[in-house]
Design a protein around this ligand. Sequence first.
Ligand SMILES: Nc1ncnc2c1ncn2[C@@H]1O[C@H](COP(=O)(O)OP(=O)(O)O)[C@@H](O)[C@H]1O
Ligand SMILES: [Mg+2]
Length: 350
Amino acid sequence: MSGRGQVSFRDIVKMHGEFAALRGVSFDIKPGEFFALLGPSGSGKSTTLRSLAGLDAPTAGRVFIDDKDVTFTDARDRDIAMVFQSYALYPHMTVAENIAFPLEMAKLPKAKIGPAVQDAARKVKIEHLLDRKPGQLSGGQQQRCALARAIVRKARLFLLDEPLSNLDAKLRLETRAELKKLQRSLGVTAVYVTHDQEEAMTLADRMAVFMAGEIQQVGTPADVFARPNSIDIAGFIGNPPMNLIPAHYADGDVLIAGHRLKTTAAIPGEREVIVGLRPGSLHIAADGLKARVDLIEDLGDTAVLDLDCDGTSIRMRVGDHDVPREGDTICVTARPQDIHLFDPATRKRL
Ligand SMILES: Nc1ncnc2c1ncn2[C@@H]1O[C@H](COP(=O)(O)OP(=O)(O)O)[C@@H](O)[C@H]1O
Ligand SMILES: [Mg+2]
């Protein structure tokens, strides 16, 4: 099975008239990987997925699946299963008929369809609902039915476009964990579109972060979190995201609101920078940036503090044992290795 479900995108451009929805997108997905396309709304994620599925032809560039150029191959001949945000179930068919549909289309013998439908329904835990119509199912059950219809064919690629967006928060978390287990047990390559960074962080083996029709970074969630390579990614990943503060840099130190912080940067000389500080890497210290606690958001086991540091607002995450009070003045600092530096002009990591 080695090599099954490998994807390569090469310089894909998609124009809508004068507007470039994709401006040269390239990435590679390994067989069996859970690969997320993450980015804000309108950044080109669905267009990328549709180019991979064969639902949209790119204006330029090449798409390869398992080393075969499929750029202009018909969607039906790509051996791909897809799940959308709207489940797109056939309302007049039962759950069993919905799941069987792709197999009927592929003209599989009747004797094989029944067991395959049972098997797919069992994998997503809806085997007791096979006789119902979609209208008699909850949102979560409809979603499972759509998943079963996608996995029944044992396609080489599994494409999902915001499949959890219509579920309530609790069900979304449960389904998320089950989806990951399902993908692992099937060993299938999954390409997963989401605007929710937490979803991408928890599900993906690797992810591509999209901004305005371009991929700005590809890596494991841990890589992207630890070393965001632009201001835009730094401001998008993490909850709350990284604080981004204009500062003056001189020979390894940064000056913020009159306070000096050491960094690990080995850039000589002086310049203006944007300093990135994760809310969770700030800590209260005897000496540091002096700040007033404006607001405390208590999350139970942690709290997020809104700080006012001489007119600059900074957000900080603290454990439940060291929560100050609103109105207190505290000193906060970060370890040199936790201070990220960005170029204000190019917006890239320094
Ligand atoms: N058929 C179309 N005609 C014109 N613009 C489109 C069309 N389809 C998508 N777009 C635009 O392309 C951009 C990317 O869309 P899309 O890939 O759906 O974004 P995402 O999935 O990241 O939210 C958006 O600005 C969208 O408005
Ligand atoms: Mg989309």
